[in-house]
Design a binder for this molecule. Structure first.
Ligand SMILES: [Zn+2]
Length: 425
């Protein structure tokens, strides 16, 4: 669509200041913010926000409130020294406010020797910026901060509030984004920045790790006939899960995930039996991950898996008497979806198309993120969007293409101009 004058001004300003955008992203990457230790990087974010927002709010999430929240699964997590930072650009009182959400926390860098460049260097090589958190999620964080600078520099202001949230704890449990809801932050739409290759994602998948313990009867090899191999009893369960995975792709698939042959995986990544190999194993433990469909509750997904394990056990005389035990572990994030027909989805898609010079791709986001807290728990129409590919997140040599970061900022500015009705000051 043709760009109006304010939109054109923002696009030109970004093209003239790409070096400053790179410097901002390098600065954010250079301050480690491994989940649990986000404080120093949040201090930098707050300083940046004070230069471009009307109000900056910095507070530590309320652990006791989170412990009681039905979507929070890490009771006892401390938030001391781990503040959220939210910067608001106030509008003139018009409607269609906007939340921009990115997480400042990153996973551990892992072994230093696995990196070609120092993980905290922000090294720029062949148009890609390297470092832990570069793509997940500091490129998105930099995009939303830089877009605020651009609005100020170009001298335009929105009708409606634009709220920038730099949250902690996304990698552990989502306590940071949930805490923004307790603090009262709401808007008429939201963008959750995660690396989507600039795809516009109105839906995200969820998931949780599980452990299945199968009980057998151990026996010395010279009396192996007296034992019951837990490993052999576990094999039909493994096969049952494989079948369940296939059935769920048919039953739960939505068009946004058409590109993924398997979009709600059930992956068993670890099988362990007794430590002594020359013995009929007493126990066998299967550990893996179950993906949830966007609209599915975690309780429904768990019931699916638990019922399948029980059904397999019911077919076996030993397992009927010694039922396998299913446990759910660690990070538990549901999925969420906003209707593709919502006007915000069309508006973001058009903005991405105009900024990137190619039609935007509408797709589901294939990983867990903080989208459900805004979309499912606060009812805010929300999309996941961001530069870079989520497949390189969490690995060594994590990186983000600068051209995509630039395109993301330009698209974001068009979204702000059109959704929040930006005008000359
Ligand atoms: Zn992320």
């Amino acid at each position: 669509m043709p760009l109006i004058a304010a939109e054109q001004a923002t696009q030109r300003w970004i093209e003239a200041h790409v070096g400053d955008l790179v410097a901002l992203l390098q600065r954010l990457v250079s301050v480690p913010s491994v989940v649990g230790s986000e404080g120093p990087c949040q201090a930098v974010v707050a300083e940046i926000m004070r230069a471009c927002c009307d109000r900056v709010d910095m507070w530590e999430p309320d652990q006791a409130w989170l412990d009681r929240h039905p979507a929070y699964f890490h009771p006892g997590t401390s938030f001391a020294g781990r503040p959220n930072v939210v910067g608001t650009i106030r509008g003139r009182g018009g409607r269609r406010s906007l939340i921009l959400n990115a997480h400042v926390d990153v996973v551990d860098a892992g072994p230093a020797e696995a990196w070609t460049h120092d993980p905290w260097s922000g090294a720029l090589v062949d148009g890609k910026l390297y470092g832990r958190g570069s793509v997940d999620d500091k490129a998105g964080l930099a995009a939303m901060l830089f877009a605020a600078h651009c609005l100020r520099a170009v001298g335009v202001s929105p009708d409606a509030d634009i709220v920038r949230e730099s949250v902690v704890d996304e990698e552990w449990g989502g306590g940071g984004t949930l805490a923004t809801l307790q603090r009262g932050y709401r808007a008429d739409a939201a963008i959750v920045f995660e690396p989507s290759d600039l795809d516009v994602c109105p839906a995200s998948r969820g998931g949780q790790a599980f452990r299945i313990t199968v009980q057998g009867q151990g026996a010395h090899p010279i009396r192996s006939y007296e034992g019951v191999s837990a490993l052999e009893k576990a094999l039909p369960i493994l096969e049952g899960l494989r079948r369940l995975e296939g059935e769920r792709q048919v039953r739960l698939r939505t068009p946004l995930f058409a590109r993924y042959p398997i979009f709600t995986p059930i992956v068993v990544g670890k099988i362990s039996a007794d430590r002594i190999p020359s013995k009929v194993p007493e126990t066998c433990v299967l550990e893996g991950l179950m993906g949830y469909a966007p609209a599915e509750t975690y309780q429904a997904a768990r019931r699916d898996l638990e019922a399948r394990v029980a059904a397999v056990a019911a077919e076996d005389a030993w397992l009927r008497v010694h039922p396998p035990r299913v446990e759910w572990l660690g990070l538990n994030k549901e999925g969420a979806e906003t209707s593709e027909a919502h006007p915000f989805v069309a508006l973001v898609s058009a903005a991405v198309g105009d900024a990137a010079g190619r039609p935007a791709v509408l797709a589901g986001f294939p990983a867990g993120c903080d989208l459900p807290y805004l979309a499912r728990h606060a009812g805010i129409p929300s999309v996941v969007f961001g530069p870079g590919n989520c497949a390189v997140a969490h690995g060594s040599n994590e990186h983000v293409p600068i051209a995509e970061v630039v395109a993301a900022v330009k698209a974001l500015l068009l979204v702000m101009c059109r959704w929040c009705r930006v005008r000359g000051a």
